[in-house]
Design a binder for this molecule. Structure first.
Ligand code: UDP
Length: 464
């Protein structure tokens, strides 16, 4: 019997968008016998991505990789908010993706197309080709509730959210300060707002919405989304990229082997965030003052040059920091193998920017968190972590975005030795078990994935 063929365009920018959708492609092949064409752009490519795709291409899975031509940007296009930058990129990438889809359809039927929430521009292409399209959301079900409600919210509230000094009610979420809604929608005069509003309106056109979450983690949001007015929803997470052949990162894992169980705080801010030099200094001093062990992934710009990353750790840290902390701290430049670190028995806490993938990875490994949201929808994730599921210690961020050293020290101690930390750890343990069950045969995620697989194969494309 001929295999079902699905085409996928993952957003290349940001590992948090790219990796989980590639992981879903692997699951469709592995568990449901699909044949996948992965349409790739190398725009904003991270250094880890080429090797990772090479390994995927040479694996036993039926995944073919097709690359679209390189998309160039001028300087003006680079100096805008990321949501705008992605949308500008998509306008240029659209004809190339259309070309690939047309050529795929002429050789073998494509039963469905999957792309990222920020690529709704492609819904025009698939409508033309009469190809069912699914939107992949690399964030929470709560975020989907927010996106679906956004057009109504915008019509009801007449000012920019950044100027709204009140909480808003969004079905599926606890009351949330308007200023904690996603960064991209804070300022109505910014292009990013227009683009996000467009994605929010258009995602209802999709044949279904695939969310990287699991039902037991977000019961209220999933309940809200289960109405006939919403496209079919599939909670297919946690999708964590498994790549057994990652390069040798044994240094930090060996270091973790030598630390007592649950004693180390992991400090990392995802794949993109860069802290200022002043913030790095206060974080360093706060960590040191907490007296706890830490493994810190540090990323900072070269002095006086906010476009090049510093390659010498000692240039970023306070004088003498490394020597003073050599017995209880390890600082890595730019990158660490986050999933192995979170699954290590010595890791007892995670100070995180609350990126959704980091959140899911922490939940799946039962590691309680300290919340330090920086951008995108991370403040919304904080609300979920602190208020709704109560698995994190909150960190006080000043109105100018700065976190003071005393606050770092307080939050680390609270998480690692306080009552709040103990309760968060217990709740995390429960969620870890629930995540594991969701991924077992008969579990909620495996059922949702099977439902998605059935629906993805429902309507083979008509010849355009
Ligand atoms: N990541 C990693 N090592 C690092 C930093 C990040 O492996 O040092 C991975 C992390 O495991 C996660 C992804 O990169 O899967 C980051 O995604 P997230 O949504 O948390 O944040 P973003 O990078 O989108 O800000």
């Amino acid at each position: 019997m001929e295999k079902l063929h699905v085409a996928i365009f993952p957003l290349s920018a940001g590992m948090g968008h790219f990796l989980p959708l590639v992981e879903f492609a692997k699951r469709l092949c592995h568990f449901h016998g699909f044949s996948i064409t992965l349409i790739i752009s190398k725009w904003m490519w991270k250094s880890q991505q080429p090797a990772l795709l090479e390994r995927l291409a040479s694996s036993a899975l039926d995944i073919r990789i097709t690359e679209i031509p390189h998309i160039t940007e001028d300087e003006n296009e680079q100096n805008v908010k990321i949501a705008t930058r992605i949308s500008m990129f998509m306008l240029k990438a659209k004809p190339h993706i259309e070309g690939v889809l047309q050529s795929l359809c002429s050789s073998s039927p494509v039963s469905a197309f999957i792309t990222d929430l920020f690529c709704t521009e492609l819904l025009d292409v698939t409508a033309e080709l009469k190809m069912p399209s699914y939107i992949f959301v690399p964030s929470s079900a709560a975020y989907v509730c927010f996106m679906l409600h956004l057009p109504k919210l915008v019509s009801e509230i007449k000012v920019s959210f950044k100027d709204a000094d009140f909480e808003v009610e969004i079905p599926g979420l606890p009351p949330i300060p308007a200023r904690d809604l996603s960064n991209s929608v804070q300022d109505r005069s910014d292009f990013a707002f227009k683009w996000i509003l467009q994605h929010a309106s258009r995602c209802r056109e999709a044949s279904g919405i695939l969310i990287n979450t699991f039902a037991e983690l977000e019961e209220e949001a999933m309940e809200t989304l289960s109405t006939p007015a919403t496209p079919p929803i599939y909670s297919i997470g946690p999708l964590m990229f498994t790549d057994s052949d990652t390069p040798d990162e044994s240094r930090c894992l060996k270091w973790l082997d030598e630390q007592p169980p649950l004693s180390v705080l992991f400090v990392a801010f995802g794949s993109r965030a860069v802290l200022s030099r002043e913030q790095i200094r206060d974080l360093a001093i706060g960590l040191e003052a907490s007296g706890h062990r830490f493994l810190w992934v540090l990323r900072g710009y070269k002095s006086g040059d906010s476009s090049s990353l510093e390659t010498d750790i000692s240039q970023l840290l306070p004088e003498g920091f490394e020597i003073r902390n050599k017995d209880r701290g390890l600082v890595l430049l730019n990158w660490a193998p986050q999933i192995p670190v979170l699954s290590h028995p010595s890791t007892g806490g995670f100070l995180s920017h609350c990126g959704w993938n980091s959140t899911l990875e922490s939940v799946s490994h039962g590691v309680p968190m300290i919340t330090w949201p920086l951008f995108a929808e991370q403040k919304m994730n904080r609300v979920l972590l602190v208020k709704q599921i109560q698995v994190a210690v909150d960190l006080r961020i000043e109105s100018n975005g700065f976190v003071r050293r005393e606050e770092v020290q307080r939050a680390v101690r609270e998480l690692m030795e306080g009552e709040e930390g103990r309760m968060a750890r217990e709740k995390m343990k429960e969620l870890k078990d629930k995540a594991k069950i969701a991924l077992m045969e008969g579990g909620s995620t495996m059922k949702a994935t099977a439902n998605a697989a059935t629906d993805l194969s429902q309507k083979p494309s008509l010849t355009p």
